[in-house]
Design a protein around this ligand. Structure first.
Ligand code: NAP
Length: 488
């Protein structure tokens, strides 16, 4: 079965921050792949804008270099066709220079769809949007894509949302969380809501707990200045991990459309049991990696004398509603851990009684593991009879739920999340983007944790670079008679 690709209408896609890392590493390769698959017409236009003085030709050369570096299956003919669609204009968000030039470019033979992607530092989101409005680039139909981070606390997120609301309607704002563009995350919704099998079991009566892990093997990699002001809670939990909880815990939406899906996610965020002051206790653990013989520690990587910024967080979270009450969601994320791995694991309860004798071995809990990276895929661990002679012996085997082979697509390339999300912007589909209310609800839950830490003089728990996180995070699970899945 071949993948179905629906071509989009011609568009103008303006990338503010076109010379930056995000544009080079993700946006240009995403658009290239969509053009290669004939989803983007040749008369689509990409207008990169940034502070550097570059001619169109010079930017096209830079774009070509970026494609060579970041597209594994680079094809020079397709790349040559692709870069022809690219134009460049110099803008300066501070002085306002260049925005009228941008307006002239985009108004010359405008395409039916216009989208602006803000691939710039967060302090520019509001001023650039205002400049775009003033220059007439933002029309009532223009779609505006905003990257994370959206605020650094509730107050700043509200302020940003309010400033954006003055220049553009909420229905045209696309707050991107690239985790939601991942194939596995969308498959989670397909599995839950496209099958009668899971939904009856998807609750406190049948699920023992949920574990969400976002582990990185790298440290702060020269981004220490930014990271030290952020930390793991703001950088990972407030956005990506809370979104993953939402999709795992939400009620079935009435329809797979933006309003219905976002309303259900919002209800989950508002159901999170608040964690603050005394209730933080042993259920929120923060850590910071330290160096060893071969590995550098956080202070060294970030070039700091001292810091209480967390590079690791583990927590036990309660979704306080009828479906989930009493079923903990354990979250953990950190830098310089044993491996790079992101997954959602739904761990089902034990069978009520084992009919097998001791020689058969133990009946293991079923686990539905949805792996986001690397090697995206979904497996359901099942207890089966160990094949062959030897009587009844049980073994746990993973059932591959991605079905690439049975769909006859075992060599299928899974598109990068940005490919999917950028095309959703062009199609005008906000289902996989966050609403302003969601962002604010997430900060409402996160802020008290940050405030509690700020008022607390305890340092984060140290953990070894290349390990699994601090001992205290292991204890968080052990106390409940459970254990974290291996980071591998
Ligand atoms: P970056 O590499 O520092 O690029 C910043 C871009 O902003 C450059 O194109 C720069 O242009 C432009 N810029 C800076 N000051 C400007 C000004 N006064 N006027 C106009 N343009 C200006 O940053 P990045 O890593 O691409 O990140 C961009 C945004 O995406 C950030 O909000 C970041 O948090 C978010 N993000 C990035 C990634 C990633 O993988 N990089 C992932 C997720 C989210 P010049 O180079 O010409 O000065």
């Amino acid at each position: 079965m071949a993948a179905r690709i629906v071509p989009v209408e011609p568009f103008d896609f303006i990338v503010l921050g076109g010379t930056g890392d995000l544009a080079r590493r993700k946006l240009l390769p995403a658009l290239y792949h969509r053009m290669r698959d004939a989803q983007i017409p040749d008369d689509a236009r990409i207008i990169a804008a940034a502070r550097s003085s570059l001619t169109r030709k010079a930017y096209q050369t830079q774009a070509m270099e970026a494609l060579k570096e970041f597209v594994p299956d680079f094809d020079k003919d397709i790349a040559a066709r692709f870069v022809k669609c690219i134009d460049y204009v110099r803008v300066d968000a501070e002085s306002g220079d260049g925005f009228s030039e941008l307006k002239k470019k985009v108004e010359k033979d405008p395409r039916p769809i216009r989208a602006v992607y803000l691939a710039v530092g967060p302090s520019f989101f509001a001023p650039i949007s205002e400049q775009l409005k003033k220059a007439g680039v933002l029309t009532s139909k223009t779609r505006l894509v905003v990257e994370k981070p959206i605020g650094h606390d509730l107050e700043s997120a509200k302020e940003l949302n309010a400033r954006l609301a003055k220049v553009i309607a909420e229905r045209n704002i696309y707050r991107i969380d690239h985790y939601l563009g991942k194939e596995t995350v969308q498959n989670l919704m397909a599995l839950r809501f496209g099958n009668a099998l899971f939904e009856p079991l998807w609750n406190r009566y049948h699920i023992d707990h949920v574990q969400i892990t976002v582990a990185e093997s790298v440290g702060v990699e020269g981004r220490g200045g930014y990271y030290d002001k952020s930390g793991a809670l703001r950088d990972m939990v407030q956005n990506h991990i809370l979104q993953l909880i939402c999709l795992t815990a939400m009620e079935p939406p009435s329809h797979f459309d933006p309003n219905a899906v976002r309303e259900e996610k919002l209800k989950v965020l508002r159901s999170l049991e608040p964690l603050r002051n005394g209730s933080l206790g042993d259920v929120v653990i923060r850590g910071q990696y330290r160096g060893g013989k071969a590995e550098s520690g956080y202070l060294e990587d970030a070039a700091l004398e001292e810091s209480s910024t967390e590079t690791f967080v583990a927590m036990k979270v309660e979704v306080a509603n009828w479906r989930w009450s009493g079923t903990p969601f354990y979250l953990r994320t950190g830098k310089k851990l044993r491996a790079r791995m992101s997954e959602i694991a739904v761990v089902f309860k034990d069978t009520p009684h084992s009919i097998f004798d001791e020689d058969a071995g133990s009946v293991r809990q079923n686990v539905l593991a949805m792996r986001l990276q690397p090697d995206e895929g979904i497996t359901l661990s099942m207890n089966i009879k160990d094949p062959g002679p030897g009587g009844m012996r049980l073994t746990s085997a993973p059932l591959d739920m991605t079905f690439a082979e049975s769909l006859g697509r075992d060599d299928l390339r899974l598109p990068d999340a940005y490919e999917r999300l950028v095309m959703d912007v062009i199609r005008g589909d906000q289902t996989l983007f966050m609403s302003g209310d969601e962002v604010e609800a997430a900060w409402t839950w996160v802020d008290p944790i940050i405030e509690t830490w700020a008022a607390n003089t305890d340092a984060p728990h140290p953990y070894d670079a290349g390990g699994s996180g601090p001992e205290e995070a292991l204890a968080l699970m052990h106390r409940d008679g459970r254990r974290w899945r291996d980071i591998e």
